[in-house]
Design a protein. Structure first.
Length: 138
């Protein structure tokens, strides 16, 4: 069984997700480990492929968890639909809604994502006010 938190040593398919747009595949492989930090943090290269076409590539990702958080604070590099980008963490607030990731593409476009906590009802649909399921209320 593949575990997410272990470094990869060869190129391998790590996950597949069927969607309405097609099948997304996550490929992981060792990244450029030319410095002591890169070796210690086990940098890796990730590709998100949609039905054989590469949509997103990240060249210097860290291990999931703290390793990736550290990398995003300093900036990760890759390509989105073939356009080079740099992604950095945005915000350091304790509130998740004030944190996110900002992608600055070399063609001048920027993409920003923020985190929103939303609990779902047992059936999988978002619940009523405040996004809190009745099962979680005290």
């Amino acid at each position: 069984m593949k575990t997410w938190h272990r470094p990869v040593h060869t190129r391998e398919r790590h996950a597949e997700i069927p969607t309405a747009h097609g099948r997304y595949t996550l490929l992981r492989e060792p990244g450029p480990r030319l410095t002591a930090d890169a070796k210690a943090e086990a940098w890796e290269r990730r590709q998100f492929v949609l039905d054989g076409d590469t949509v997103l590539e990240i060249d210097d990702a860290g291990l999931p968890g703290e390793g990736m958080r550290r990398r995003v604070r300093h900036g990760i590099h890759g390509r989105l639909d073939g356009v080079p980008f740099t992604a950095r963490a945005a915000g350091r607030s304790l509130r998740p809604s004030r944190r996110g990731i900002r992608f600055a593409l070399d063609d001048g476009r920027t993409l920003s994502f923020t985190v929103h906590l939303r609990l779902a009802a047992p059936g999988g649909a978002p619940d009523t006010p405040y996004g809190v399921s009745p099962l979680w209320r005290a």
